[in-house]
Design a protein around this ligand. Structure first.
Ligand code: UPG
Length: 305
């Protein structure tokens, strides 16, 4: 195959989870907004190619192919579309992530099908070696800038960092780590920025697959015994999959993460403001500086501007 590993690699890989889309008008509409805004602001060099990866079931793929024809009409750049079968990826993922599922999935059992929510965690083992960088994004985004600029953030990763990610903008981890925080009153775990450790949001993630493969520390943290040890140490129980895993290991090893500016994933959900955390909410929610990407999480409307 082609050499996709050189620094001048003209391929820019973006991946989206795209399952059960045929069942949800709301997700279809979010997808349309995301793609139209990505296309509108997308600007690449002549030889460059935006490669759009979708993890999909059969019905969603068929719908996606139809919608993409329409939303990509005005693209001024080269693109390729790759569909990945969610069943095949789940089969590869399950043995790697089975042990962590019980700590970071909803409910008590580790359902086989939930393994896909941990795709980013083990992407470096799932994708071919020739793929060295990929950006994973949610569907409920609106781009206000050229997505090519996001890839330039990879060049700012310090050595040892494997993942670029924005902090979580609600006090959700203040809540999740409640017991640990009670037992460790001086901790920064779950505290707001700039000095605290508020956890991460998985809406926009820069995966340096080469660094993930090369990091002994990161790969040790995936081992079942070490997952159990950290989850017990922090008394961690969550249900947000990869986001919970990254947030937990980030409490212990922040050096694995490159902190993207808040404007790269400006989350809009305010659920926790109304559910017991109104007094501290703004400390987490505040995001100064330009917004490059809006994230209308928990079905929050995205501003029109
Ligand atoms: N998705 C599907 N099919 C579905 C549901 C979700 O493909 O039926 C994909 C899609 O890419 C979507 C993503 O999963 O964008 C995340 O789901 P979504 O419903 O958009 O969750 P959010 O409300 O944006 O985010 C919640 C939290 C957020 C966290 C995320 C983790 O608010 O903080 O990052 O869940 O999944």
């Amino acid at each position: 195959g082609e050499d996709t590993s050189s620094p001048s690699d003209p391929h820019f890989h973006v991946l989206m989870m795209f399952t059960k889309i045929d069942k949800s008008r709301s997700l279809q509409e979010k997808f349309r907004v995301a793609m139209l805004s990505m296309v509108k602001h997308g600007d690449f060099l002549e030889e460059e190619v935006l490669v759009l990866h979708f993890v999909s079931d059969q019905a969603s793929q068929e719908l996606g192919q139809r919608m993409l024809q329409e939303v990509l009409l005005d693209a001024t750049f080269q693109y390729e579309v790759v569909f990945h079968d969610v069943v095949e990826l789940t089969h590869k993922l399950f043995p790697i992530v089975e042990a962590m599922q019980k700590y970071f999935s909803a409910g008590s059992g580790a359902y086989y099908s939930d393994a896909i929510f941990f795709l980013s965690v083990a992407m470096h083992h799932i994708m071919p070696q020739s793929l060295t960088r990929i950006v994973q994004v949610d569907l409920d985004l609106k781009y206000r800038t050229n997505i090519r600029d996001l890839f330039q953030q990879f060049d700012h990763f310090p050595s040892g960092a494997v993942l670029g990610i924005t902090r979580e903008m609600q006090p959700v981890y203040r809540h999740t780590f409640w017991q640990y925080r009670k037992e460790n009153p001086q901790t920064k775990v779950g505290e707001p920025p700039p000095d605290g450790l508020p956890g991460f949001n998985s809406g926009v993630m820069l995966l340096d697959l080469r660094a993930m493969r090369a990091s002994p520390l990161y790969n040790q943290l995936l081992e079942p015994g070490n997952v159990a040890k950290l989850a017990d140490q922090y008394r961690f129980r969550g249900h947000l999959g990869d986001q919970d895993f990254f947030s937990m290991i980030g409490m212990e090893h922040p050096e694995l993460f490159y902190a993207l500016a808040c404007g790269w994933n400006r989350q809009l959900c305010t659920w926790w403001r109304e559910h017991g955390y109104g007094d501290v909410f703004q400390l987490y929610y505040r995001c100064d500086g330009p917004v490059y990407i809006y994230h209308g999480n928990c079905n929050t409307a995205i501003p029109d501007d």
